[in-house]
Design a protein around this ligand. Structure first.
Ligand SMILES: [Zn+2]
Length: 314
């Protein structure tokens, strides 16, 4: 059993800068987010998380990608599709992930132990297109989703080659909404997964009673879902456990929607149920969703709680 996070973490931008940072700022080369990434990574490691994220500190999950993709532009914070979607103009998250991985390396004194490390996270093409407005070029969302999958594949391959993360996660919160063409969403994941030599995970938010059967057929190695702040999904998993086959389950076991520490017995019960359904070797424990909105100390305690339960049953 391993522990991970879904992705986002509370961001604190440093106010007092070192002399070197002040100098960089004078030359316009100071990146305030680097300290935030370092903070997020160290907090996650201190809490005992095995596979950490870079904290997704730079902005919302859609525009951090679409601002780099020709054919898409951001208007008042929303993404608008204005022409054919093409390959990103540059790498998007590679540098942040390399930086985060070096923080992990330093943390462990030079060598990252087996089973620990960083994961790359990409917001999925279906979710990005459903969060955007089509102004021209595309007559339907589905064609845009497939073009965007090809565009994001360039970023995914760059992460795999240059960062060597433990795995890559695609965030597709929209797949539970019932508004999505699941066949096209699945085809988009196939495009992203092609020739990838590390595991591919997919995170989906929300209640899965209508989506689970479809999701179980997606070509991913890890399916990550919420089980703490949701009283339907555990029953769905139990009833359909025969459909999962060789997939691992990212098991959201603390509630990311409440800003207080979860009850330890509730989390323990939930994890025991998950172990009984899928077996501990097939489980990754994590929060239900990103922790961006939680106060930093609460986010840290939530991650500590996950690892306390993980250690109890590992
Ligand atoms: Zn989520």
């Amino acid at each position: 059993m391993k522990s991970t996070v879904v992705g986002s973490f509370p961001v604190e931008l440093k106010e007092s800068l070192s002399a070197k940072e002040k100098l960089l700022k004078v030359f316009g080369a100071y990146d305030p987010y680097k300290n935030a990434i370092k903070d997020c990574v160290i907090s996650q490691l201190d809490a005992g998380i095995d596979i950490v994220s870079d904290g997704q500190v730079r902005g919302d999950m859609v525009s951090i990608f679409t601002e780099f993709i020709p054919g898409m532009k951001i208007e008042d914070g929303n993404t608008v599709i204005v022409s054919k979607i093409r390959k990103p103009v540059s790498e998007i998250s590679v540098k942040d992930l390399q930086f985060a991985k070096n923080v992990i390396k330093d943390y462990y004194g030079g060598n990252i132990p087996d089973g620990k490390g960083i994961k790359g996270i990409i917001t999925g093409p279906t979710t990005i297109i459903h969060s955007s407005r089509i102004e021209s070029f595309y007559k339907n969302k589905e064609d845009a989703i497939i073009d965007l999958a090809h565009s994001l594949k360039v970023e995914l391959d760059a992460i795999a080659d240059k960062v060597s993360p433990v795995y890559i996660q695609i965030d597709e919160p929209f797949l539970s909404t019932g508004m999505v063409d699941m066949k096209v969403a699945s085809e988009a994941i196939d495009i992203l997964h092609e020739d990838l030599e590390i595991p591919l995970a997919m995170h989906v938010c929300g209640t899965l009673d209508n989506a689970f059967k479809d999701l179980s057929k997606f070509n991913v190695d890890i399916l990550d879902m919420e089980f703490a702040g949701n009283d339907v999904n555990l029953g769905v998993l139990e009833k359909n456990s025969n459909l999962i086959h060789d997939k691992k389950i990212g098991f959201g076991c603390i509630d990311s929607s409440i800003n207080e520490l979860d009850d330890v017995d509730d989390v323990d019960d939930l994890v025991v149920k998950a172990i009984n359904i899928v077996g501990k070797d097939n489980l990754l424990l994590d929060p239900d969703c990103g922790l961006r909105r939680a106060p930093k100390d609460i986010a840290f305690k939530k991650l500590q709680l996950i690892n306390q339960i993980k250690d109890k049953y590992s």
